[in-house]
Ligand binder design. Sequence first.
Ligand SMILES: Cc1cc2nc3c(=O)[nH]c(=O)nc-3n(C[C@H](O)[C@H](O)[C@H](O)COP(=O)(O)O)c2cc1C
Length: 229
Amino acid sequence: MSKNICLGITGASGALYSIRLIEVLLATGYDVHLSISESGAEVIRQEMGLKVNLKKFKPSDLMLDEIDSAGDSKIQLLQESAGIGTADSNVLSVDAGRLGELQYYHHQDFYAPMASGTFRTRGMVVCPCSGTTLSAIAQGGASNLIQRAAEVHLKERRRLIVVPRETPLSLPHIENMRRVTEAGAVVMPASPGWYHGATTIRDLVDFMVARICDQLDIDNGLMKRWGEK
Ligand SMILES: Cc1cc2nc3c(=O)[nH]c(=O)nc-3n(C[C@H](O)[C@H](O)[C@H](O)COP(=O)(O)O)c2cc1C
């Protein structure tokens, strides 16, 4: 199966979920094809204090330039200094053999491989997924690369995982979640469980990332499974 995973970061709260997801996918040997919306970059700036240059993106914009095979990078230092993680919080136990590669495409680049069904992928994740992007996917409209790639995954009957973050939900939100679910997507609201002994924000982030990886059939050692000693 393809090692390509498409990831769209849009303008909903929870930027850290997506950055941690990239770390984990690369550390487990998957190639990440990334696009970020304007609002996605704004939320990253507001929540993480990171300035993402959408025209000349570099992995260092997301502090992903020093990732290692344990799935940890400079982002961990950022989290620790912000008091939202600990050095010994969950690290990957999966030996991937190789690190994946990060490829970035501007959100208006419709020549990007992920704009076409001919580009083979294991699936796509929109994380976090704004109400705007959810609506576009539900309606079958595509005014940027993220929406187009999501549309492609639905039409090709490939995995599409959307991670909306909004509360409370309006009826249009709920209707759009129903529509994308009926079209074949998996809706995974960013609502981490607390039952695995979470003590840090990192644990809550990793809960979501582990469940997203499960949907992609990607082995990960991020958290203990229910019933596991
Ligand atoms: C700091 C910030 C936080 C936001 N948080 C959310 C959110 O949690 N959920 C949501 O649906 N929209 C949120 N928005 C609004 C979206 O970013 C906005 O609707 C935008 O049009 C989304 O565009 P996009 O889907 O192309 O990224 C937020 C915006 C900003 C600036």
